[in-house]
Design a protein around this ligand. Sequence first.
Ligand SMILES: O=C(O)CCC(=O)C(=O)O
Ligand SMILES: [Fe+2]
Length: 366
Amino acid sequence: MEVNCEKSRQKEDDGLGWGKKSIPVPSVQEMVRKDHQTVPERYIQEYENRPLTDALSSTSCQIPVIDFSLLTKRDETEQKKLDSACKEWGFFQIINHGVGEELIERMKDREAAVFDLPLEVKKKYAMGENDLQGYGQAFVVSEEQKLDWADLFFLMAYPPQYRNFNNWPLIVPSFKETVDEYSAEICRVSEEILANLSMLMRMKEDSLKELHKVMRIAMRMNYYPFCSKPELVLGISPHSDGGSITILLQDDYITGLQIRHQGQWVPVKPLPGAFVVNIGDALQMWSNGVYKSVEHRAITNARKARMSVAMFVMPDDDAEMGPVDTMVCDNGPALYQRVKYNDYMRSYLDRKLEGKITDSFKSQGQ
Ligand SMILES: O=C(O)CCC(=O)C(=O)O
Ligand SMILES: [Fe+2]
């Protein structure tokens, strides 16, 4: 008994064992394969949360597009565009990022091969006790809660020594090699974005990097099966991401991601070859609320499954998430308390994925 407790505690301290185990739920992909008509009650959202088309923003605005190659040259005009994208949208797409088209296609193809594995095989990689890594659905904390119309694989991707291969679908040829290459490229892109953001936050270029002494990147592969009644379900419930930034690879043609902008849900129309980048809660707090970690969700459609790969850049466990000094003087009093990333993540993961929790870390009187 004692030994087990010790073991699970040690696993928790190893990094990704935060939070409670998510309650196991059926594979949506399998459910749809067996019966593509029925939408079980557990997946039907309350009326106000349904992705009704008339509640959608009619705005034809697109999230800003940033030329990454100009950021590498510290181009001031492009940096200004980045600054206003992070303030007004919390989301942007990057082009000219230098990640090879062939590698991107290979990553998508290997992801498809992973979800294509028979259910019994995928189950071998299921999330374990007190662990988020592996195959399943995260954030299911009660038998009553509404479920997302999606299956996922959550893996610690980078740096390689942080991986737990027990949950890796190594049976898929060249999956590991592809993630090796892909995650190294995402690390390069992320470091560059963090360097530009550091400058925009009036800090030294490597200041944000210093909060990521180990650039850890978690990977979440999402699979949203088609749904016979897409107007009733959500692929992923509204949430903000908890880390520094997220780099999302989405389908080039199927629109599914929506972001909350000026009180409305705005679809993010894919720009083939581009990555979607968004600000996470850590960056919102470091920037004293100047940069926004914006709520987003994914919807499904009646015709085609959609897949995405989200790469979450995570600060060090002991990095403080409160406002940095340079963002406090000009931008009013410190809006947030100081909280270690690891403690923040425990609160983040210990609940149903729903909305934002940054407000519960506001300073007194804010
Ligand atoms: O699939 C998408 O478009 C969004 C995925 C997402 O928000 C996430 O994995 O955190
Ligand atoms: Fe997200």
